[in-house]
Write a protein that binds this ligand. Structure first.
Ligand code: C5P
Length: 223
């Protein structure tokens, strides 16, 4: 395998309601992070997995993942971007393709991991999986009055894993100033073209209680 996968899993996940850090919330009896790591490890090209866990949970996460796959666990940071940077710093020499995958996208198919990695391998420096936007999208003012309607045909909803040539991701993180919510955003700021590939509905981000219920159902359809 020529691929390292970084898994930021250090977020609190307040939008899911009170409880454990989001990546450790149970889905069908197992933490989201366990589902995510098992699927990532099932992708043939994956050589290294580095998880960024909440500082207080590093030993527990190491124990949790040991039976699932060989992983390195590092303490995460205050923002997602800090957690990704910490994980990137722990990747050994070797893998030249680095993917970043949110633990919250617990049902990511191994095929999506492979297709993003393959697009990087074929020569693209930065690759993101996307879906078309199905809802009509409005821009609103502070008082919730509509300012206008956005042309959704040019919009894409972005998922993870996002894939990068290793040197490109490292340079983008080294140059980063303001925290962004995704790694492709940092790479864009460096002027690097970011290429879209088809995403998967199974890679939904489990953010709210509704998503958790949907994910439980999806697991019964396609374990
Ligand atoms: O909060 P949000 O859903 O955007 O988080 C996306 C991913 O980033 C989650 O997997 C979360 O655990 C991770 N994260 C992190 N470190 C933080 C904040 C979020 O690893 N400080």
């Amino acid at each position: 395998g020529d691929v390292a996968v970084l898994v930021p899993a250090a977020g609190a996940g307040i939008r899911l309601g009170p409880g454990a850090p989001k990546a450790l919330r149970p889905l069908a009896g197992e933490p989201l992070l366990v589902h995510a790591v098992r699927r990532i490890a099932g992708a043939r090209s994956v050589h290294t997995i580095v998880v960024a866990a909440p500082v207080a949970d590093v030993p527990a996460v190491q124990e949790l993942l040991a039976p699932v796959a060989p992983v390195t666990v590092v303490p995460g940071g205050a923002h997602r971007q800090d957690s990704v940077a910490a994980a990137l710093a722990a990747v050994p020499a070797g893998p030249e393709i680095v993917l970043v995958h949110d633990a919250a996208r617990a049902l990511v198919p191994a095929e999506l991991v492979e297709s993003v990695a393959a697009a990087v391998r074929s020569g693209h420096d930065a690759v993101i999986p996307v879906l078309p936007v199905v809802d009509t999208v409005k821009e609103v003012c502070a008082d919730e009055v509509v300012r206008g309607t956005v042309d959704r045909s040019v919009l894409r909803a972005v998922q993870t894993p996002q894939g990068f040539r290793r040197s490109v991701l490292a340079a983008a993180h080294a140059a980063a100033v303001d925290p962004l919510t995704d790694d492709a955003g940092l790479v864009e700021k460096q002027g690097v073209p970011v290429v879209c590939v088809p995403g998967s509905e199974y890679a939904l981000k489990i953010t709210r209680p509704f998503d958790l219920a949907l994910a439980e159902h999806l697991l019964t359809v396609r374990p």
